[in-house]
Design a protein around this ligand. Structure first.
Ligand SMILES: [Zn+2]
Ligand SMILES: [Zn+2]
Length: 225
């Protein structure tokens, strides 16, 4: 069975892959092979080569084709609304502390929420957000959330969801961003974590940060009155 995409009109086969199946398709694309990606999809959907190739082509040109796109946008809208009023601080780190703190401050000061690059966020061993004040993290949070929901496609960097979850799990209920957030911001962060667990739970296991994800969820759970 085929149907037109309600957004762009492209007609593709109707088949919603499971999280694990979709991850296999994305992994093939991340490795640079549309042919392998179509091969994976053909196997899962039990369709023809032409149908699989068309499905992959649509995935690559239509942002709405990604299975989680609608739910992703809803949680990102909640995050953006909650953090919209946070101004960019003059400084992000204690830049007089050491060379690393100064470099991280320079990196973050040079960017805005809209111009922040994946490469600015480094990796677990060199991560400017680790050294940022809570209001600095709050300022960038909508961009961090958006990067966390993108798939693991960075040739020079890890999947960003790992890094963000580690920041949110750090120090448990004494987390410095948690202490800084107002209730609307806390609930937006919790919604993002719950969305990650619901839609990328298997990927979190695969990337070995499912325990941190559960710890972050527990820390950000709103206290029940
Ligand atoms: Zn489309
Ligand atoms: Zn330092």
């Amino acid at each position: 069975m085929t149907a037109p995409c309600p957004h762009c009109g492209t007609t593709t086969i109707v088949f919603t892959p499971s999280e694990a199946q979709f991850e296999a398709v994305v992994r093939a694309l991340a490795n640079g092979s549309k042919t392998l990606a179509a091969g994976e999809f053909r196997y899962f959907a039990q369709c023809t080569d032409a149908e699989a190739t068309a499905w992959v082509a649509h995935l690559l040109h239509c942002a709405h084709a990604w299975p989680q796109a609608g739910a992703d946008e809803a949680v990102l809208a909640q995050v953006e609304a909650a953090f919209a009023g946070v101004d960019k601080p003059d400084h992000f780190t204690d830049r007089t502390h050491c060379d690393e703190c100064r470099e991280h401050d320079d990196t973050l000061r040079a960017r805005t929420r809209d111009t922040l690059h994946r490469s600015d966020l480094g990796n677990a061993g060199w991560d400017p957000i680790t050294f940022s004040s809570a209001d600095g993290i709050g300022y960038f949070f909508p961009a961090l959330a958006r990067f966390a929901l993108l798939p693991d496609v960075w040739p020079q960097h890890s999947w960003y969801a790992d890094q963000l979850v580690l920041h949110l799990a750090w120090d448990g209920s004494d987390n410095r961003l948690l202490a800084w957030c107002n209730p609307a911001q806390r609930s937006a962060v919790h919604a993002l974590l719950a969305h990650l667990a619901a839609t990328r739970g298997q990927a979190a296991v695969h990337h070995q940060f499912d325990e941190e994800l559960q710890a972050a969820l527990a820390a950000w759970q709103m206290p029940t009155a």
